[in-house]
Structures are given as structure tokens and as C-alpha cells.
Design a protein. Sequence first.
Length: 95
Amino acid sequence: MEGRRKFLPDVYTAARILHVLSQSPLPTAGVAAAARTSYEKALQYLTHLAQRGLVASVDGRWHLTKEGQAALLKLEEVVKTLAGINLSDAVRKRR
């Protein structure tokens, strides 16, 4: 079956984006800069996360939803278990 491949997000990138938005609402360019990714990739992830109800755009700024907050808590546990570090430390170190 040919066609477009389903978007499979990198969990670590998604976690970084959710973490950034847990700090404050941001426009797409701000999310890209804070999560250290390209504008295009940030927009792709934000669109994907919005389709799943984890983020929402209001007046040009992306916000974490309650569902996004719950997902972030789970992802923080996974990152801590797998990498032995807090997600907030990982995001800070990459800046």
C-alpha cells in the first residue's frame, strides 16, 4: 500500500516540546528555539500533539492541555528511568 507514511514522533523530542510548554505558552518559533529544533519540525510535532489533545493553540501561542500535563508526567518518569536524568535537566543542558 503506497501513500504517506504515518508520522511517528520521536518521544524525546515530544517530551522536550511538552516540557517547554509546561513553563509558559509560546508561539511556534519560541517552541522551536527552546526545544532546539527547526521551526518546521516544531510545527509538525505541535500539529501532531494538538491532534491528540496534548497541546492547543490560542491567539498564536501554544499551550499545554491537562492531557498534555498528564502525558508529560509519564514521559518525565520514562526519561528518568531510561537516561537517569530529569527531563528539565536534559532540556537545560542542550541549550
